[in-house]
Write a protein that binds this ligand. Structure first.
Ligand SMILES: [Zn+2]
Length: 439
């Protein structure tokens, strides 16, 4: 039994009444035992006077395999970005470069207060992402990218359907629910243009058997949806519905270009949406109609997507952008800050089906939380100012003081536990040079 007592904090619980509690918090092992008044003598005490505790951020769409490629695919629209740059780069990964890319991404995420991710890996060597995430202590859902169809990509990226399924099942057997459940598997068929209907159908059957999430991209870009229509005769969401995929287990990244029937399908079938405003703006893809989705009761979480389409993995950026991009059209009261913090925490947990043990600070939930110090020059504010606004519109990774994941203090004093950042950066340069020689 190990206990940690966080004293004198302002705790933004994100519970259903959105209570803000001034007081203490007790962590016992990996669980939040108590908040408010804590009398216990703990093994460790941390004075949080003047600080704010919030639930760790949950990013429901990332690609750790692409972190090494930041800045290497600029000013392109989605399909060119993917086929001319990203797939050849992913194809050039070997196990060492992939593990390095994942570690680099995890460092950035943790330093920015992200404690859980839903990650799409690449076609080969995805066990290396699990190894990196296991080492660094992040909570993650990871799946190998599945692609058994398509033209214009490196031949080694195109898999035989049986092999794609076989490799996924082997990864489930090796990694799902490991590290006290901190690591989970999630199927990751890349998108409708790279997967046969037969592959999607087999994934669905397995996902139901193993009770796993299916994580894919949909309706991100107009050329993409035209290609999907050419190929299948259907709009993207209708295609997924007809394959039997649309239900609570499905997480769709983007969902920008939908018609009214597709919105109806998402709402009726309780499909979850991963909104990635930074990536959508940078690739010029469009603006997802999130206020409309929220009105329809669709559960929406946030994600930074990958380093080469954003080019920043901070949840603070995504919250801020997700609010600001709606305002020119919908007005200045659209997407208020507390709605954004909900999307970044408890609604992210709902996307993953984990609202019972993640996403808010409540007794009995897993101890994934971050301590923020808002008393910095860039975030100075009247203490009576709206706390949600201070966090969503002014804060940045610089404000993150301490990060707990599964009750473990993984980040403190600007250092990530067990990671030598200088050595990691040096290794990243070496691995990227070697990768470029393999291109
Ligand atoms: Zn993506």
């Amino acid at each position: 039994m190990r206990t940690i007592h966080l004293k004198n904090a302002k705790i933004i619980t994100m519970n259903k009444d959105l209570q803000i509690v001034e007081g203490d918090l007790l962590i016992r092992n990996n669980i939040i035992e108590n908040i408010g008044i804590v009398n216990n003598t703990a093994d460790e005490t941390l004075d949080c006077s003047g600080k704010v505790i919030i639930p760790g951020f949950i990013q429901v769409h990332t690609h750790l395999c692409q972190t090494l490629f930041r800045g290497m695919a600029e000013n392109l629209q989605l399909l060119d970005w993917l086929y001319s740059k990203i797939l050849p780069l992913e194809n050039a990964h070997d196990p060492d470069s992939l593990r390095c890319s994942a570690l680099l991404g995890c460092c950035e995420l943790i330093k920015g207060g992200t404690t859980t991710i839903l990650d799409m890996g690449t076609v080969h060597h995805t066990e290396q992402i699990f190894i990196a995430v296991k080492e660094i202590g992040l909570r993650a859902y990871i799946g190998k990218a599945m692609m058994d169809m398509g033209e214009g990509m490196p031949q080694q990226m195109k898999e035989d359907t049986d092999r794609s399924i076989g490799e996924s099942v082997a990864l489930i057997e090796s990694w799902h629910n490991k590290e006290q459940g901190r690591l989970r598997y999630a199927f990751a068929p890349r998108f409708a243009l790279s997967c046969t209907p037969a592959l999607f159908t087999r994934i669905k059957k397995l996902a139901d058997n193993y009770e796993l999430i299916i994580h894919t991209h949909s309706s991100e870009n107009q050329s993409e949806i035209q290609e999907v229509e050419k190929l299948t005769g259907k709009r993207n969401i209708n295609f997924f519905r007809d394959l039997g995929l649309t239900d609570q287990r499905l997480v769709l990244a983007h969902c920008i270009w939908l018609d009214s029937e597709e919105y109806d399908i998402l709402a009726r079938d309780k499909v979850n949406v991963a909104h990635c405003p930074g990536c959508n703006l940078k690739l010029g893809s469009g603006i997802a109609n999130i206020p409309d989705m929220l009105d329809r009761g669709i559960v929406v979480g946030l994600g930074a997507d990958g380093a080469p389409c954003n080019n920043n993995m901070s949840m603070f950026n995504e919250m801020r952008l997700a609010s600001l991009i709606q305002r020119p059209l919908k007005g200045p009261s659209a997407m208020p800050a507390q709605e954004l913090l909900k999307m970044a925490t408890i609604n992210g947990a709902r996307v993953l089906g984990r609202e019972n043990d993640l996403g808010s600070i409540e007794p009995g939930k897993l101890a994934d939380l971050i301590i923020l110090d808002l008393n910095k020059t860039h975030s100075f504010s009247d203490p009576d100012a709206n706390l949600y606004s201070r966090i969503v519109f002014s804060a940045s990774p610089e404000n993150v003081d301490v990060v707990f994941i599964d009750g473990i203090k993984v980040y403190e004093n600007k250092e990530i536990k067990g990671i030598d950042e200088t050595a990691l950066l040096k290794n990243a340069r070496t691995e990227l040079n070697k990768l470029k020689n393999r291109l």
